[in-house]
Structures are given as structure tokens and as C-alpha cells.
Design a protein around this ligand. Structure first.
Ligand code: TXA
Ligand code: MG
Length: 349
């Protein structure tokens, strides 16, 4: 057994009030090329020095992540982007001014000193300035840009609570900062400015409409809502992997909530021999299933989504019917995550 697999993982509650003293251990680990679980406003990240191939290899190893899937590099303020990219175009400045700190990741041609292991061998780098106070302080105090993918085992739903990180990575990483539940619940919007036109690679809480308002035209990558065709290369390597999957088989039931409920009722009858779960956006319960609430707004649904998927697994659910009715611009991000969790088994009513 490798030494790294028998570590004892420390889980420490840290708030914005006491973080200065309590950060010592985390900062020391980061400066010694180790990795640390940290909260952000979207999901928990697994952070390491973005300039250190050793730290980056530890991130990939702990997650079991394919090494061609690039990491997002986190900074604490806009000016730090100049350490990471070749040049900063006007479009990036405008986006940063409007949405940073916050859940937007911008891809640009990388500076030479960013190692290729961080970018999955691409000559571009993804940069994000999170709004979470604890994440930003950690970056500042460590004095490092922090590469941080979501802190889940590769293929599992992203962690929105420190306990999810512990479930997945206990024994595989030395330290987790428990900063409470993540406010957003789905990962950041990812846009690339490295091509001819701005292109949305992953939708998030910064919506397509908001991006278009700043940039004019924004292309939407095909992989946002469609499965990749066999011979297609992914613009964002992360999109080619099965993603966000609980152990249960997931079906999305999407449309007007009244019709959705009728359909879910039928589906539950057809699947009477299995342990069924329903993720619902309405009040009504079904008696032959385990019900978890997705809230009544897109915002609530997004915040609870990954945690609900993990909970269905914990409860031993075999088939999940995820009801969804898009109610605003955040819907695209939710559909993107749901469709992947369901391996594109979507029932539209
Ligand atoms: O909200 C978030 O973005 C969270 C928190 C921790 O900040 N992080 C996160 O990282 O979701 P990760 O690694 O789970 O997802 C990053 C996505 C992947 O799909 C990856 O392929 C894509 O961004 N990506 C990263 N660098 C890229 C690049 N240079 N070109 C294209 N896609 C890139
Ligand atoms: Mg991820």
C-alpha cells in the first residue's frame, strides 16, 4: 500500500472569523506541495499549488482523475491572472469586472510557467476567482495560485458539504477545511476565450444571457446538452467522461410540473419491483417511493442537487426519477448536470 493511501484525514471547522489562526496547517501543507479540501461558493475543491507538478499529481491521484482532464486554477484577485496567462484580452477584463469574484471560470492561452500537467497537456489554462471568503484567504495566505478540481472521487457527484469530501477522500488526503454548505451547489460557468469566438463549455450560475450581455455573441458547446458522438473530441476534456453519477440509475422527467407528476406516477407503477426515489420540485408525495425535495426554485434545486443524488445512494435507491421544470436562466446549468447524471435518459413530457 502506498503511504498516501493510509493517511489520517483531518477535518477542521473553520469560519471567516477564526480562519487566520486556523489556516496555519492548511497553508503549511499547500506550501509543501500537499493537497487540501477547501470550500468555495460553488462546490468543495481539492486544492494544491498550481505551479507544482508534485502537488498536481497528488490531486489527480487522490481523485482517481484521468490526467488529460485539466484543472481550474484559483486566484484571490484579478491581478493574479497575469501570472497564469499569456495576455489578458479586453473581453476577459470585462467578464472579470462583472462576475469576479464569483462562479465564472475563464479559459485563455497559458503562460509558459504553468505546467502542462495542470492543464491536461493543453496550451490553455482555466482561471477562476472564487467569491468564498475562506477560499480567497487561503489563496492569499499561501501565496500560491491553487489548482482545484471538485473534491469528489472522479465520476461521483461534486461535494457540496465537507462530509461529502470526507466520504470520498478520507485516507487519501491529509486535510479538509469544513466551511459549511456551499451556497451555489453546481460548479462554476466555464467559458473559453482562447478560440475565435467566446464559447460556453459548462453552464453555471453565471448564465448564458448574462455572458451574452457582456460579450455579444457567445457560442454554446454541443456537449452542454448532448452526448458526445463517438469520434468527437471534447472542447473541454471533462465533458467526455461519465460525470455526476450516483450509483442509482437516473431518469430525468422534464416539463410542466403537472404533466411531470402524471408521468412519474406511471413510471413508479412500471418500476414497482425496484427501490424507487423521486427528486421532486412540487409538494405532492408519492407513496411508493423515497422522496427528496429539490425545493421550488431553480436556485434551491441547484443547491440541493448533488447532495440529493448522494443521499439516494445512501438510502439504497435503485432508480431515481428526477423531476425538473426549468424556471429561469439557471435551468441550463441544472439540465446539463441532470442529463449527465442520467446518461441522457431524459423523458420530456
Ligand atoms: O466551481 C468550480 O469550478 C469548482 C470549484 C472547486 O472551483 N471546480 C470544478 O473543477 O468544477 P473540475 O475540475 O471539477 O471541473 C473543471 C472543468 C472540467 O470539465 C475541465 O475539463 C474543464 O473545466 N477545463 C479545465 N481547464 C480547461 C481547459 N484549459 N480547456 C477546456 N476545459 C477545461
Ligand atoms: Mg468535477
Amino acid at each position: 500500500i502506498k503511504e498516501e493511501l493510509i493517511l489520517n484525514t483531518e477535518l477542521v471547522k473553520i469560519t471567516t472569523e477564526d480562519c487566520d489562526e486556523k489556516f496555519n496547517k492548511a497553508v503549511e501543507l499547500l506550501q509543501n506541495e500537499e493537497v487540501v479540501g477547501m470550500p468555495t461558493e460553488t462546490v468543495y475543491g481539492l486544492a494544491g499549488n498550481a505551479f507544482s507538478p508534485l502537488a498536481v499529481s497528488r490531486i489527480f491521484e487522490a481523485k482517481g482523475r484521468p490526467t488529460d482532464n485539466p484543472l481550474i486554477v484559483h486566484i484571490s484577485e484579478f491581478s493574479e491572472i497575469y501570472n497564469l496567462v499569456k495576455t489578458v484580452p479586453e473581453t476577459a477584463k470585462k467578464l472579470a469586472e462583472k462576475f469576479w469574484p464569483g462562479p465564472l471560470t475563464i479559459i485563455l492561452p497559458k503562460a509558459d510557467k504553468v505546467p502542462f500537467c495542470t492543464t491536461g497537456n493543453l496550451d490553455t489554462v482555466a482561471v477562476r476567482c472564487p467569491s468564498h471568503e475562506i477560499a480567497r484567504k487561503l489563496i492569499k495566505l499561501s501565496g500560491l495560485p491553487l489548482a482545484a478540481p471538485s473534491a469528489n472521487l472522479s465520476g461521483k457527484p461534486s461535494p457540496t458539504k465537507a462530509k461529502h469530501v470526507f466520504e470520498d477522500l478520507n485516507g487519501r488526503i491529509p486535510f479538509i477545511i469544513d466551511g459549511g454548505d456551499c451556497k451555489e451547489g453546481v460548479e462554476s460557468t466555464v467559458i473559453t476565450l482562447a478560440g475565435e469566438k467566446p464559447r460556453l463549455l459548462r453552464p453555471g450560475n453565471v448564465t448564458l444571457k448574462e455572458l451574452t450581455e457582456v460579450l455579444g455573441e457567445v457560442e454554446v458547446d454541443d456537449a452542454v446538452l448532448n452526448p458526445l458522438k463517438n469520434n468527437e473530441t471534447a472542447a473541454s476534456p471533462g465533458m467526455k467522461y461519465k460525470h455526476y453519477s450516483p450509483d442509482a440509475e437516473v431518469f430525468v422527467v422534464e416539463g410542466d410540473m403537472k404533466a411531470v407528476k402524471k408521468k412519474t406516477d406511471e413510471l413508479l407503477k412500471e418500476n414497482g419491483d425496484k427501490v424507487c426515489g423521486v427528486l421532486t420540485m412540487s409538494e405532492n408525495a408519492y407513496d411508493s417511493a423515497i422522496i427528496l425535495s429539490g425545493g421550488t426554485t431553480n436556485k434551491q434545486y441547484a443547491k440541493l442537487l448533488f447532495s440529493n443524488l448522494r443521499e439516494f445512494d445512501r438510502l439504497g435507491v435503485e432508480v431515481v426519477f428526477a423531476e425538473f421544470e426549468s424556471r429561469d436562466g439557471y435551468g441550463l446549468a441544472i439540465r446539463n448536470r441532470l442529463y449527465k447524471a442520467a446518461a441522457h435518459k431524459v423523458i420530456k413530457v
